[in-house]
Design a protein around this ligand. Structure first.
Ligand SMILES: C[S@@+](CC[C@H](N)C(=O)[O-])C[C@H]1O[C@@H](n2cnc3c(N)ncnc32)[C@H](O)[C@@H]1O
Length: 393
């Protein structure tokens, strides 16, 4: 008997109602008893020639309707596992070719360099000749960078590319040849491609080799210095959707805290006074400098919120608290929030499972989850981002 694919599982396979899994299957496809996938109405022709080898995208075979449903299902499923239900809004999907940051792999072997994303669950690198997710500016750098690396790279490296205010920021984590020829090759590459900054980290932290003008990223209208390799929301559209959700969540609050603040994506987008806490030292210094220069009422503190979360009493000083922790969530901070009386919590998350676990703690502490806004800024990958509003009831 053939079975209909009804949903897409967390790791990207299609699943039938009775739990059979099939790779590259979309909802509406049919899975035959021989495990052959017969395409249905939600299969689309994957646009990229590197699909499915490239680990950058796992879901290019889904049309936007089923990709959006995948994001929603992941959140609904994680919340249901904790016994929580909440209204889930239609996902905000970033268009193709808008990813402004990427971590690629490079390997130099016999004078040739392979540069691209890793294959899924493997160390093999897909040599990127086509990409439907990177911004045109980032993709334009790939071919000249491959040529440069063929001259200077020793062994393997991780390459971080980020599009910032001045252009493309390149961070090479790996070993580069010494000597004048290598220095000249790096300079010529940067000049020819109008690179904003090039830094090399061979194990002791990023060393800048090229930066004609101080580099910045503009957040909430403020140009913030951009430390090499810093976190940035993956697309401008994703950042816009998350900022809009956070602003809506906090409403008219004029005294807010932004926890896990990074360079100030949310802190600098809010009116009124903002306390920002962040564990990255360079990042806090950058936020302080940007906010001070722009005359913004942002007080940024270097603070490890896992070891030293804001206490419930500290939380009570704010009208609203925003938090955007790493994938593990923020169990320690959430326990303090659950014991606080802060009226509104805007929780931004990149992991539905830790979000659902933290939601359960907040709900048991007397908060209600009003809504969740899913954000698909890692288009065609299995990453799910979201913002949710909690209200003390
Ligand atoms: C998902 S990023 C969010 C950054 C920022 N909200 C944004 O949107 O650009 C998480 C941030 O948490 C910071 N972080 C990680 N562990 C932390 C900790 N224990 N205490 C405080 N901040 C931490 C990271 O440095 C990073 O900037």
């Amino acid at each position: 008997m053939s079975d209909l694919i009804v949903r897409v599982a967390a790791r990207g396979e299609g699943v039938t109602a009775d739990g059979r899994h099939a790779a590259f299957a979309a909802p509406g496809d049919t899975l035959t008893p021989e495990n052959i996938v017969l395409p249905g109405p939600h299969q689309q022709a994957p646009p990229c020639r590197h699909f499915p080898q490239c680990g950058g995208c796992q879901l290019q075979h889904l049309d936007d309707e089923s990709y959006a449903a995948f994001l929603t299902d992941r959140i609904t499923g994680a919340l249901a596992a904790q016994g929580v239900a909440a209204p889930i809004r239609p996902p905000a999907l970033s268009p193709p070719r808008t990813r402004r940051r990427a971590a690629l792999q490079a390997e130099s072997k016999g004078g040739a360099v392979t540069l691209g994303f890793s294959e899924g669950a493997s160390h093999n690198i897909v040599d990127l000749r086509d990409c439907w997710i990177l911004t045109p500016a980032l993709f334009a750098v790939i071919a000249p960078l491959r040529k440069l690396l063929a001259r200077v790279l020793k062994g393997r490296a991780r390459i971080h590319l980020t599009e910032i205010d001045q252009g493309v920021d390149v961070l090479i984590e790996g070993k580069i040849a010494d000597g004048l020829a290598a220095i000249e090759a790096v300079t010529a590459f940067c000049l020819a491609n109008q690179i904003a900054r090039l830094a090399i980290d061979d194990g002791i932290g990023p060393e800048t080799r090229w930066e004609p003008d101080g580099v910045t990223i503009t957040l909430g209208g403020v140009a913030v210095p951009f430390p090499a390799g810093s976190f940035l929301q993956a697309t401008r559209e994703g950042e816009g959707a998350l900022v809009a959700a956070v602003k809506e969540a906090v409403g008219g609050a004029t005294v807010c805290a932004d926890l896990f603040a990074g360079l100030g994506t949310f802190a600098l987008s809010l009116p009124g006074k903002v306390y920002a806490a962040e564990a990255g030292r360079d990042v806090v210094l950058a936020l302080q400098a940007g906010a001070a220069r722009a005359g913004r009422a942002v007080f940024a503190e270097h603070r490890d919120l896992f070891r030293r979360p804001l206490t419930a009493a500290e939380c009570d000083r704010f009208h609203a608290i925003i938090l955007d922790p790493p994938r593990a969530g923020a169990k320690e901070q959430i326990s303090q929030l659950a014991a606080s009386n802060v009226p509104i919590i805007a929780y931004v998350s990149c992991n539905p499972s830790s979000f659902a676990r933290d939601t359960d703690i907040l709900c048991k502490g007397g908060y209600t989850l009003d809504w969740v806004q899913p954000v698909g800024q890692f288009r065609w990958s299995t990453h799910v981002e979201l913002a949710g509003r909690f209200r003390r009831t």
